[in-house]
Design a protein around this ligand. Structure first.
Ligand code: HDE
Length: 684
């Protein structure tokens, strides 16, 4: 051990004192150094997306897309481009729980040969607002209310609904937030979206519009709200742990990157504006072409050095990728460096290892706090003769960046385009496209969130707006709130708060119906493969039947699932053959909600013991309530009969003395939603 000055240290437990019981001496530079460094360990958390989890990996391209772009990562199939990804929630503090109902950030840093390209996206394809100018208002409304700093990491409160109900452009992202997408099963089972329309530019300077998509190979899966609430308590780090454990176990999460390409000539062919970030392009109208695959295969060595200090920026682009005039994107191009200056404390944050490009940096920027580079020579200006003219400018043909030459001829105005003024067609398309149980979850989510608001006028305004999206949705929520849907919004109130002009302007016009349904919007239609990395609890006590356990364990593990014994106590338990089996979790330390499926082997003594455990029955009842696959053998049926399971023995995802394959098939369906209506009655 040494001090930061390299001095060898022989005692780090005792400060320097005048005598054994004497006063501590100011002279103790070892104590002072240790405490001073500690005192300054924290940096400001991100103003949004404070809670995150990161991982390293790589990206590989399937085939060249030089037709659209000159970017090396999208043209050179021989490359294995390193990446660092940070997933996050938006509203909560750094120490908040993972399962908050929230948008998830999905930010990817590509360390390309031509410099850093950051794709700073979310797990929803649209955003709440159309202009960066409104971002501070949006975030102030969703963050904890400033007088009491309540609630943490939750949108279910007055200020958020006060803002969104006065800002109908938020409704599209708002309804996604009420859907299952906002409570993912895992970061590994989420889509990602660049949201804005970007530009790809090829070597001839020809541009195409593009939307970026990440498609997870594990499919898109969520938990139920009841689970989310319970996971908060059972494992607040559920998503972080899940990502870490999967990578640690060699089960590397993978996503395919997709392009949705629109030729520039087609810019005005849609019923919505491509520059409007509250709109998506339905995949039925422009298919997503999968162009390559990202694999996350390495956990960070140090959370702070990497996940906390990583600095993403939508303006980090490489030749071949460019921006559009989306006013939200344009505002973001300013914000990220600005916030990083205060968060990381110096313009030299690009020198932190996680932020360094893999290619060399040469420029005339110098000095400032915490400068690491030792620049040599006399010149830090351009042009110069003393330094041999270095660094030389890159020629465009040699990879120098040139901005896309967009023709602009316009008046300077503070206005929004009329083409941005349709706030209800796409939320309605989204709601229509959901399956019945997904729609029901949206109803429940609105009922919960608005039920948590205290002002009736806010709830009523929201009901009025929901009715513009879908009348049945609004009617169901209204019943749960015990309120009527107003036939018009509260005009005097609008005038009183001065929002009249703005709100009036953005009231619904006629909804457009350019597509009846978009299958891609329902996560039920997004394909997933098998049961890899699914966590299966084996509920067992001493005397469990080993042959039952072995019958199920190998096929599940061969299919990539993680099979873990949840024992009535920790340590080991003995099977009916007398062999000891390691317990992964003692029943008292875990909960049903952190597993994907449940298996209970037979064995007389095993079941007699489990029968006496109230927690074992709760475990089963919760797995039932959350529509999970359950398998049991032999005497375990008696235990099942002693729970609400007795009413679900014919359920498709309940496998009593069945083949492991049937259980595997049921787990691969994620949940048996057909059970949900009946299972809601279970008071677990
Ligand atoms: Fe961000 N956003 N954002 N955002 N954003 C930040 O940058 C901002 C927006 C997104 O894991 C901040 O370094 C403005 C859309 C992600 O480190 C900040 C606007 C999308 C992350 C910021 C938006 C995002 C951030 C806070 C409206 C999806 C986390 C800390 C104009 C396409 C990145 C930081 C990470 C982080 C500003 C809107 C995604 C303050 C002004 C739209 C994934 O600069």
């Amino acid at each position: 051990m040494t001090t930061n000055q390299g001095l060898k240290v022989n005692d780090t437990n005792n400060s320097l004192k005048a005598g054994e019981r004497g006063a501590t001496l100011l002279e103790d530079f070892i104590l002072r150094e240790k405490i001073t460094h500690f005192d300054h360990e924290r940096i400001p958390e991100r103003i949004v997306h404070a809670r995150g989890s990161g991982a390293h990996g790589y990206f590989e391209l399937y085939e060249s897309h030089d037709k659209y772009t000159k970017a090396g990562i999208f043209t050179d199939t021989s490359r294995k481009t390193p990446v660092f990804v940070r997933f996050s929630t938006v509203a909560g503090s750094k120490g908040s729980a993972d399962l908050a109902r929230d948008v998830r950030g999905f930010a990817t840093k590509f360390y390309t040969d031509e410099g850093i390209f950051d794709l700073v996206g979310n797990n929803m394809p649209i955003f709440f607002i159309q202009d960066a100018m409104k971002f501070p208002d949006l975030i102030h409304s969703v963050k904890p209310e400033p007088d009491r700093e309540i609630p943490q990491a939750a949108s279910a409160h007055d200020t958020f609904y006060d803002f969104v109900s006065h800002t109908p452009e938020t409704m599209h992202n708002q309804i996604w937030l009420m859907s299952d997408r906002a409570i993912p099963r895992s970061f590994r089972m989420m889509e990602g979206f660049g949201i804005h329309t970007f530009r790809l530019v090829n070597a001839e300077g020809k541009a195409h519009f593009v939307k970026f998509h990440w498609k997870p190979l594990l499919g898109v899966k969520s938990v139920t709200w009841d689970e989310a609430v319970k996971i908060h308590g059972a494992d607040a780090d559920f998503h972080r742990r899940d990502l870490w454990d999967a990578i640690d176990a060699g089960e590397y999460p993978e996503w395919e990157l997709g392009f949705q390409i629109v030729p520039e000539e087609d810019e005005h062919k849609f019923d919505f504006d491509l520059l409007d970030p509250t709109k998506l392009i339905p995949e039925e109208m422009v298919p997503v072409k999968r162009i390559g695959k990202m694999t996350l295969n390495r956990n960070p060595d140090n959370f702070f050095a990497e996940t906390e200090q990583v600095a993403f920026h939508p303006g980090h682009v490489v030749p071949g990728i460019d921006f559009t005039n989306d006013p939200l994107l344009q505002g973001r191009l300013f914000s990220y460096t600005d916030t990083q200056l205060s968060r990381l404390g110096s313009p030299n944050f690009n020198e932190i290892p996680i932020n360094r490009p893999v290619n060399e940096i040469h420029n005339n920027q110098r000095d400032a706090h915490m400068r690491m580079t030792v620049n040599k020579g006399k010149t830090a200006y351009f042009p110069n003769s003393i330094g041999g003219g270095c660094p030389h400018l890159a020629k465009i043909a040699e990879g120098g960046f040139s901005h896309y030459e967009e023709r602009i001829d316009a008046k300077k105005i503070r206005e929004r385009s009329e083409s941005f003024n349709d706030h209800f067609s796409q939320p309605a398309l989204f709601y229509r496209s959901l399956t019945e149980h997904e729609q029901e979850h949206v109803v429940q989510a609105y009922s919960f969130e608005l039920g948590k608001c205290t002002y009736d006028h806010i709830k009523q305004r929201m009901l009025y707006i929901l009715a513009q999206i879908d009348e049945t949705l609004a009617a169901k929520v209204a019943i749960n709130l015990g309120l009527d849907i107003p036939s018009e919004i509260d005009q005097p109130l609008n005038q009183a708060i001065g929002a009249d002009a703005d709100v009036e302007k953005h009231q619904p016009g006629a909804k457009k119906n350019y597509l009846d349904k978009s299958k891609a919007l329902s996560q039920e239609f997004l394909p997933s493969e098998g049961i890899a990395t699914r966590k299966i609890a084996v509920l067992a006590a001493d005397g469990f039947k080993e042959s039952d356990y072995n019958k199920i364990k190998k096929p599940l593990e061969d299919a990539g699932a993680m099979v873990q014994i949840v024992g009535v106590h920790g340590g080991t338990i003995k099977c009916d053959k007398g062999d000891s089996h390691k317990v992964a979790h003692a029943l008292m330390t875990t909960e049903s909600v952190v597993f994907d499926a449940l298996y209970i082997p037979g064995g007389r003594k095993n079941i007699d013991t489990l029968m006496k455990q109230a927690k074992a029955k709760k475990f089963i009842n919760e797995a039932l309530k959350h529509c999970k696959a359950i398998a049991l053998d032999g005497e375990a049926e008696e235990l099942f009969d002693a729970t609400y399971g007795k009413d679900f023995k014919d359920d498709d995802a309940v496998c009593i003395n069945e083949s492991p394959q049937k259980f595997i098939n049921a787990i691969s369906q994620h949940r048996n939603w057909k059970r949900e209506k009946a299972a809601m009655e279970i008071p677990a």
